[in-house]
Design a protein around this ligand. Structure first.
Ligand code: ASP
Length: 462
């Protein structure tokens, strides 16, 4: 049984703590090979690595001390954290729209205790109201925690539950659905829901946060407010992601679920629409559509939930000199479909052609997408492309690689015994995953230091 005094610690770090008579919530002075540290020993999650003792320093930062760098630990005090956020009853107002908020985990679902830095869940409406009271001005909120995982642990099993639950909430009459999610794989889940929840009459808005709510620069509250606003009364009834637009807190963007991707590991403005422009801007008093070809909100409660997924599909990121045995191994293991993220216009090296041929002969479907993320697969341009087409590889236009992977799993899930139906579905756009053209002004990479970008920023960013 795990001992609460050492919460989350095991292996060498647990031994270290016992050796010096230290438990979690002890204030300590640590002598290490990197110098002296003073702070509070924080609990860890059961899945954390066994090698680090984590201290909350007086500066507010957390530091992980590797057990083998610690030479001595001296207890100087004890300060146990409060795990509970004061709950305040969420006020209801019959005139306000009703929103259902599903929680799946990630940084947005947690709140760090100000004093200690321990991550504690904040999820009931009362807790959310206690931390973000603005939500009550927007809607009547109901919450339901479906999972409590960081988003690398999301997958088909969770996608299916989310799709069914979203369908239920829509049929029950909610005016919008918000889904709190870790940011790392939010674009995979957004793609899955875009395919599984078809033609919803109300917005389905995914939201996360890059920085936890104890940090002054946290994006959690703003993202939650704008996502909830877009769900409660926004005009766009699609599966979307709502996150910071610019690096400043000026507005959020709504991105279509099949065209969005996390593009920066730590910036709050990490989500970008690729191959298109975002659907809309959201700020405190309005939602401004940037496109007009969106699906509008409707009054009916009709929605088609097509929740299915076959996990025997994969995504392979091509690199020069990839060996054919990678593809062979997938075929041998019974994979039914492979999405390749190819170079340039959709290329792989000659050495894997025989493996692609063997895959085709074994009935494995192979699709081509692009590592460049912007632009279209064009396999007629170079001889290489034409050769690969000749091996039966199917080009997927400008579908993003992750979206293609998710769609392939979904398509095989819907049509387990009908490979032609899978192929037809893959090459037909059903939720904006393939577009006719990409806007010439959509592709813009801010290259700091370049004069024209500086000029532009000075003009626009007053
Ligand atoms: N690793 C976290 C996750 O994706 C990060 C976040 O929540 O933003 O779940």
């Amino acid at each position: 049984m795990s001992d609460h005094r050492y919460k989350g610690y095991r292996g060498p770090t647990l031994e270290l703590m016992k050796r010096f008579g230290i438990t979690v919530w002890c204030e300590v002075r640590a002598e290490t090979t990197r110098g002296e540290f003073r702070g509070l020993v924080l609990p860890r999650s059961e899945t954390s690595d066994p090698d680090h003792l984590v201290l909350k320093l007086d500066s507010g930062y957390n530091v992980g001390l590797r057990h083998d760098t610690v030479e001595g630990l001296q207890k100087t005090g004890y300060r146990e954290a409060r795990y509970k956020i004061p709950e305040q009853e969420f006020p209801t107002d019959d005139g306000k729209p009703a929103v259902k908020l599903f929680g799946t985990g990630g940084t947005i679902a947690s709140r760090l205790d100000y004093r200690t830095g321990a991550v504690i869940p904040a999820f009931s409406p009362g807790e959310l109201y206690g931390s973000v009271p603005e939500l009550a001005d927007i809607c009547n909120l109901e919450t339901e925690k479906l999972f409590g995982v960081f988003s690398e642990n999301m997958g088909p099993e969770q996608y299916l539950v989310l799709a069914e639950k979203t369908g239920e909430a829509i049929r029950e009459g909610y005016d919008g659905v918000v889904i709190g999610h870790g940011t790392d794989t939010m674009h995979h889940t957004a793609a899955a829901l875009s395919f599984m929840v078809q033609r919803p009459p109300v917005p389905v808005v995914m939201v996360g946060s890059q920085r936890s709510s104890d940090r002054p620069s946290s994006d959690a509250a703003q993202n939650l407010i704008h996502a909830t606003g877009a769900a409660a009364s926004g005009p766009i009834a699609e599966v979307m992601v709502c996150m910071f637009g610019p690096t400043s807190a000026r507005y959020n963007l709504l991105h279509r679920g099949t065209r969005v991707r996390k593009m920066h590991s730590s910036y709050r403005s990490t989500f970008r629409t690729l191959g298109d422009i975002p659907l809309a801007m959201v700020d405190h008093d309005r939602i401004t559509p940037l496109k007009d070809d969106f699906l509008p909100r409707r009054d009916d409660r009709r929605v088609e939930i097509r929740a299915a997924f076959d996990e025997r599909v994969t995504l392979v990121y091509y690199y020069p000199n990839m060996h054919p045995d990678i593809v062979d191994a997938l075929v041998d293991r019974g994979y039914k479909g492979i999405v390749i993220a190819g170079t340039g216009l959709g290329h792989v090296n000659r050495a894997i052609y025989p493996a692609l041929e063997r895959a085709r002969d074994a009935g494995v479907q192979i699709y081509m997408t692009l590592q460049t993320l912007w632009g279209f697969v064009q396999m007629q341009v170079y001889e290489t492309g034409r050769e690969i087409l000749g091996l039966g590889v199917v080009p997927l236009s400008n579908m993003l690689p992750e979206v293609a992977y998710v769609k392939l799993g979904w398509a095989f899930g819907l049509h387990p015994d009908d490979p032609d139906a899978v192929r037809r579905l893959m090459t037909t756009s059903i939720a904006g995953e393939i577009t006719d053209r990409e806007p010439h002004d959509g592709y813009l990479v801010f290259q700091g230091g370049v004069p024209e970008i500086r000029d532009l920023l000075e003009k626009v960013w007053k």
